[in-house]
Ligand binder design. Structure first.
Ligand SMILES: *[C@@H]1O[C@H](CO)[C@@H](O)[C@H](O)[C@H]1NC(C)=O
Ligand SMILES: *[C@@H]1O[C@H](CO)[C@@H](O)[C@H](O)[C@H]1NC(C)=O
Ligand SMILES: *[C@@H]1O[C@H](CO)[C@@H](O)[C@H](O)[C@H]1NC(C)=O
Length: 348
């Protein structure tokens, strides 16, 4: 039907453009990642802004996620955590259990392990897949804010340097399979936090730190901007008539961090040195596998709608099961399916 380029009859061309529109919507729809950033704060990516958990400015461009030949994390991943500032034991526990859930074999479906399976689909140039095994490594407490309560992208590297060179129990140096996770308490401000990012990942510079170590930073937004970084467990004032969802582990800031931690870990694993899996022309503004699906937690998600998720018995909202707990974690881009997916997808 409607073959050939020579002047199709009007109904035919209308049908054609309608079909094209549908096609465009179905491709662009799941890609319009969303977070409730304040409208007045247009994103301004500063130097060293890579792999941010940020709003993807989805346009009519088709997504061309490409592999740029760099390494991905194919060997067993060990997460070394730096707790910066004051953290409650209960908060640490939620985050540790989320990370432990990634490789847990027997959480009920839909599981965090099922969510990580999308990450495992990505390979390096030898065809080696990203590791299924993610485990917690050593931890470091930076209780007394060694670099103050306001960090820049560069001072973050100094925090990591202190953690790996400290006199007492320094973190192991593990450039090939280590993932350094810096988590800042709710009274710590980090450059661009709340105005354009909730977390980001990059790697340390040998000139500053002595090694090239892939790291991610995620901040607890509970005091500064839960409406942006812990959405939908908190809703900014400018979105009226919308009730926040109840968070699954009773801590809005930390439950909001879980999805950002998942976002950064998935991107770090697939693009640890900013030269592996990303879309877009410019490696300094990469659009990575989680950017493409930000704000999408279930089938039909997009814009401010999370998609189809579940209600727990206590009324909390979640979309996947981990060890002993439930979590709400954003979906990821599958280059096999060519759309965003997660373990709770209805077409699975
Ligand atoms: C954006 O970044 C540029 C370069 O760093 C800076 O000159 C400019 O003032 C920034 N704009 C805003 C709105 O922050
Ligand atoms: C990787 O992890 C798996 C499962 O945790 C384990 O069986 C295997 O021995 C590990 N491999 C290496 C090289 O450490
Ligand atoms: C490894 O990646 C390939 C290509 O995406 C995929 O077909 C295969 O299922 C992956 N293997 C695992 C264990 O995920």
């Amino acid at each position: 039907m409607c073959q050939g380029l020579s002047a199709p009859s009007p109904p035919c061309s209308a049908l054609l453009s309608f079909t094209l529109l549908l096609l465009l919507l179905s491709v662009v729809g799941p890609v319009s990642a969303w977070r409730p950033w304040p409208q007045s704060n247009k994103m301004n990516i500063s130097d060293y802004a890579f792999g941010d958990s940020k709003k993807y400015e989805g346009s009519s461009e088709f997504v061309k996620l490409r592999y740029h030949m760099g390494p991905v994390l194919t060997t067993n991943i060990t997460v070394h955590t730096i707790w910066y500032g004051k953290w409650e034991r209960s908060q640490k526990k939620i985050i540790r259990e989320f990370i432990n859930s990634i490789s847990a074999a027997n959480s009920p479906h839909p599981s965090v392990a099922g969510w990580w399976r999308t990450v495992q689909l990505y390979t390096d140039q030898t065809g080696a897949n990203i590791s299924k095994s993610v485990r917690l490594g050593e931890e470091k407490n930076d209780r007394f804010y060694s670099h103050g309560k306001s960090l820049t992208r560069l001072s973050i590297q100094s925090v990591i340097k202190s953690a790996i060179t400290g006199k007492t129990r320094p973190l192991p140096i593990n450039p090939r399979s280590g993932l350094y996770l810096l988590l800042t308490a709710d009274d710590v401000y980090v450059q661009d936090f709340c105005t354009s990012v909730c977390g980001f990942h990059y790697f340390t510079f040998p000139s500053l730190v002595g090694y090239t170590l892939p790291y991610a930073w995620v901040g607890n937004s509970a005091k500064f901007c839960p409406g942006q970084c812990a959405y939908p467990f908190s809703v900014p004032a400018y979105i009226p008539n919308r009730k926040p969802f109840k968070s699954p582990n009773g801590d809005v800031g930390v439950d909001g961090m879980i999805s950002v931690i998942g976002h950064e870990m998935a991107e770090l694993a697939t693009n640890p040195l900013a030269n592996a899996w990303y879309a877009g022309q410019d490696p300094s503004f990469p659009v990575e596998i989680a950017d493409l699906c930000e704000g999408i937690y279930g089938t039909g998600g997009g814009g401010s709608y999370t998609g189809q998720v579940f209600d727990a018995r206590d009324g909390a909202t979640y979309n996947m099961n981990g060890i002993r707990r439930k979590f709400l974690v954003q979906w990821l881009w599958s280059h096999v399916l060519n759309y965003c997916t997660g373990p709770n997808a209805l077409d699975h």
